[in-house]
Design a binder for this molecule. Structure first.
Ligand SMILES: [Zn+2]
Length: 432
């Protein structure tokens, strides 16, 4: 019997041993915070520990129940250990518009400059505790997000795990930058018209490395102040059909109720912005399992860049509209994604959206769930990240205090681990 068991162990161990020649098996690491919020239960667990081995969570539970034999112990007193945070809406290839306008970034910044800056943004994102980001369009920087994603995955630069969408898809004539009508300026996304062309563009972007496909279901036409729908229902349906067939979910930018309705009926996975969302369209989204990413922080940032002095002046109409649509979303019970459109404001300041979600009516616990377990599920990553459970990837962040009660604790990051590698805090091998 023992011989049989040893033989089985040998056979099972063989592929692992072969892989281990390239990467030596790391010593187990035992993390000892004050409490663990696993994003499974609604309450943090006092006195729990987490054991990490080989980049994965090996065990989690009360200290007495987890064997620390042979493990390196990392003490994290006064902290809550949470799953690595997931940013739902970023643009690593953009930087704040009060530094350089969007038009100037798209038209005049060299690609190498944009990529170099993006590496700094990726590092800031990771060190702020965001171990994954869904990056929703390079805005004129081609397929640079694919290279960034791969450079991070290969350990060449520190950064979050990136879900890439490459160039994004807009209706012909419905995006920017806009010049005099005589000129055809390079656009911040790829244009398409008609079901066949939108299918071709989606396939082309997938072929160039897109993990998701991003589409603009509405936008401002010409000099209009207000957005209107862009793609037809038929175009959006075809886009979702070809993307999903390739295993790629679709994410739609939409701020009008009609754009949101078409996107939801077409079968997109999430809708971004939703400024004019009604209870009815949010109910439709809930029925169709479409997540809603409100991007509150981008709306507020843009208004501040245009002169609004927050806290000293009344809220402008765009912010009041956002508060109204956010309340409608909560009333309808749509699944809330945590995604702020970071890049419009500084990378590493991702917590801003979480603070605003609390300010606009969610509890800190709901927001923390949105940024971990809920985003993981919306992004089809729940079997890999988003909760603290044995077998999942070791994306773990320790913050001072208890973020389930006080969302500002998210800003007091003391420790960041991604895939079992420590990037910040005690136990780190070297400064990243
Ligand atoms: Zn965006």
């Amino acid at each position: 019997m023992r011989i049989l068991r040893n033989l089985a162990a040998l056979l099972l161990a063989a592929p692992v041993a072969a892989a281990a020649q390239a990467t030596p098996p790391p010593q187990p690491i035992l993390l000892r915070p004050a409490r663990v919020f696993d994003a499974v239960a609604a309450q943090p667990h006092d006195g729990w520990v987490v054991l990490v081995q080989g980049g994965r969570i090996a065990a989690v539970g009360p200290a007495a129940s987890v064997s620390a034999a042979g493990a390196r112990v990392v003490e994290l007193p006064g902290t809550t250990l949470i799953p690595g945070l997931i940013e739902g809406h970023s643009h690593l290839l953009l930087h704040p518009y009060n530094e350089t306008s969007w038009d100037e970034q798209v038209l005049y910044e060299p690609l190498a400059l944009r990529v170099a800056r993006a590496t700094a943004g990726a590092r800031a994102t990771l060190l702020a505790g965001f171990t994954t980001t869904r990056d929703l369009g390079t805005e004129g920087a081609g397929y640079a997000d694919v290279g960034l994603r791969d450079a991070i995955a290969e350990g060449i630069i520190p950064g979050p795990r990136v879900i890439a969408t490459t160039r994004a898809i807009v209706a012909t004539g419905a995006y920017g930058p806009r010049g005099a009508p005589e000129w055809r300026l390079p656009q911040g996304a790829e244009e398409a018209t008609g079901p066949d062309e939108i299918a071709r563009v989606a396939r082309d972007q997938i072929g160039h490395g897109a993990d998701w496909v991003k589409v603009y279901a509405d936008y401002r036409w010409a000099d209009d102040d207000d957005a209107r729908p862009t793609f037809t229902q038929e175009e959006l349906r075809r886009l979702v059909e070809v993307s999903n067939a390739a295993g790629r979910p679709v994410v739609a930018h939409a701020s009008t109720a009609e754009g949101m309705r078409r996107a939801a009926l077409a079968g997109v996975a999430t809708i971004e912005h939703g400024d004019q969302g009604t209870v009815e369209v949010f109910r439709l989204m809930r029925e169709r399992n479409v997540g809603y990413c409100p991007t509150l922080a981008a709306t507020e940032a843009v208004r501040q860049y245009r002169g609004w002095r927050k806290g000293r002046e009344p809220e402008p109409p765009q912010v009041l509209e956002k508060r109204r649509s956010f309340r409608a979303a909560l009333e309808a019970g749509v699944t809330l994604c945590m995604g702020g459109d970071v890049g419009v404001y500084a990378h590493g300041d991702n917590a801003r959206e979480m603070e605003l979600m609390v300010d606009y009516g969610m509890t800190p616990l709901q927001v923390l769930m949105a940024a971990t377990a809920v985003n993981a599920r919306l992004f089809h990553l729940e079997d890999r990240i988003g909760t603290i459970r044995p077998g999942l990837g070791a994306d773990l962040v320790a913050v001072e205090g208890d973020p389930t009660r006080d969302v500002s604790a998210i800003r007091r990051v003391r420790f960041v681990m991604k895939d079992g590698t420590i990037y910040r805090g005690p136990g780190m091998a070297a400064e990243p």
